[in-house]
Design a protein around this ligand. Structure first.
Ligand SMILES: NC(=O)c1ccc[n+]([C@@H]2O[C@H](COP(=O)([O-])OP(=O)(O)OC[C@H]3O[C@@H](n4cnc5c(N)ncnc54)[C@H](OP(=O)(O)O)[C@@H]3O)[C@@H](O)[C@H]2O)c1
Length: 325
């Protein structure tokens, strides 16, 4: 490991997060509506992934209430404690699930979130997606109440359009708070945030983009292109929602080849090149939260923080993936 600065401020806050965080949907342990999307990971496997991530310099974890209805949050808190991690050294990001709920459930459910994550606090509390029975102002007023009560440190959103993100920021500002982040899908095979105003607005407002599915759920590693048989082992849900059909693999083939050429040049992997582009192409605006099913993947993904692609290679990748904007 080098002494390179791997930390960034989240939005305009003083909260420092490593450029790579650990996505923890994978720790749902088969529970809840989307808990079977990923293969089941037992407690020991989860501990090994978390330990490797910490060893490689990651200081934050992205989870959600809906990831196994608390199973992921519970597993992270349990394993971090067993690994003797002090709460003040960990940044915890979780999310409220809005579907079929009103904004009032934000304050009604917060104590459950805090007890599930205990002794770790909620540094970033995100609205998971914009569709609840209540409008954005009501949701932001609830987040502001939690900020007043010091139950959460910062407020963020996820899957919010540019307009909704601006609205959320305006509402929080009325109470003296900032919106620090918008967590959205962003990877080299899905660059829509560059054309729908989300990225531009985030830059203007000083809001960090937290890129989810930064490896296009494993596709950017190239493994499914080289060994399509691997697709047989993934859940049906992932096969379809994760773009693992023949057409998309064909469409993305040329991108995989470019990543492989660069991986040889830098002596790293294609996944590391794909993540590196995300964290460097837009200066400080984007951080990434790849998920992992093994400690080896977690190590590989975290190590992208320790090198930087040259400008000409960032631009080469930009040109080669313009069709995905
Ligand atoms: N806010 C939202 O609505 C939202 C939505 C989706 C995700 N998220 C968050 O974002 C995180 C990451 O997104 P994601 O899990 O959808 O996609 P991702 O990070 O692009 O892909 C993760 C999966 O790719 C495979 N993988 C990871 N590293 C690899 C490597 N180095 N080489 C080869 N394969 C590798 C693993 O699956 P296999 O080993 O099984 O192939 C892993 O489970 C989630 O954990 C969650 O915290 C948020």
């Amino acid at each position: 490991m080098t002494t390179k600065n791997i930390f960034r401020n989240l939005g305009k806050s003083e909260l420092r997060v490593s450029m790579v965080g650990l996505g923890c949907w994978q720790f749902s342990q088969g529970k809840g509506i989307i808990g079977n999307y990923w293969k089941f990971l037992d407690d020991q496997q989860i501990k090994n992934i978390i330990k490797t991530s910490l060893d490689e310099g990651i200081n934050w974890f992205d989870t959600a209430e809906v990831y196994g209805w608390g199973a992921s949050e519970h597993a992270i808190a349990k394993e971090l404690q067993e690994l003797h991690q002090l709460p003040q050294n960990i940044v915890m990001a979780t999310k409220w699930w809005p579907l079929f709920r009103t904004a009032r459930s934000i304050s009604r459910s917060i104590d459950r979130r805090l007890s599930t994550l205990h002794p770790y606090s909620i540094d970033l509390y995100q609205i998971h997606q914009p569709f609840s029975f209540s409008a954005i102002p009501a949701q932001m007023r609830e987040l502001a109440n939690l900020l007043d009560q010091r139950k959460i440190r910062y407020a963020g959103v996820s899957n919010f359009s540019a307009r909704r993100m601006t609205r959320a920021q305006e509402e929080l500002q009325k109470r003296g708070y900032l919106l620090v982040s918008n967590q959205v899908k962003y990877n080299l095979l899905d660059r829509k945030i560059e054309s729908n105003g989300i990225l531009e607005t985030a830059k203007q407002l000083g809001i960090t983009i937290i890129a989810y599915s930064p490896l296009a759920q494993g596709i950017l590693s190239g493994k499914f292109h080289h060994n399509p048989k691997l697709i047989q082992d993934v859940s049906l849900f992932r096969k379809y929602a994760g773009h693992l059909g023949k057409r998309f693999l064909k469409k993305s083939q040329s991108v995989i080849e470019i990543l492989e050429n660069l991986s040889r040049k830098y002596g790293v992997t294609s996944s590391q090149i794909a993540l590196n582009w995300l964290i460097h192409f837009h200066e400080n605006t984007v951080v990434v939260i790849p998920g992992a099913s093994t400690p080896e993947q977690a190590r590989e993904n975290a190590q992208t923080m320790y090198f930087t692609l040259a400008r000409e290679d960032l631009d080469l990748i930009d040109q080669a993936t313009k069709q995905f904007i």
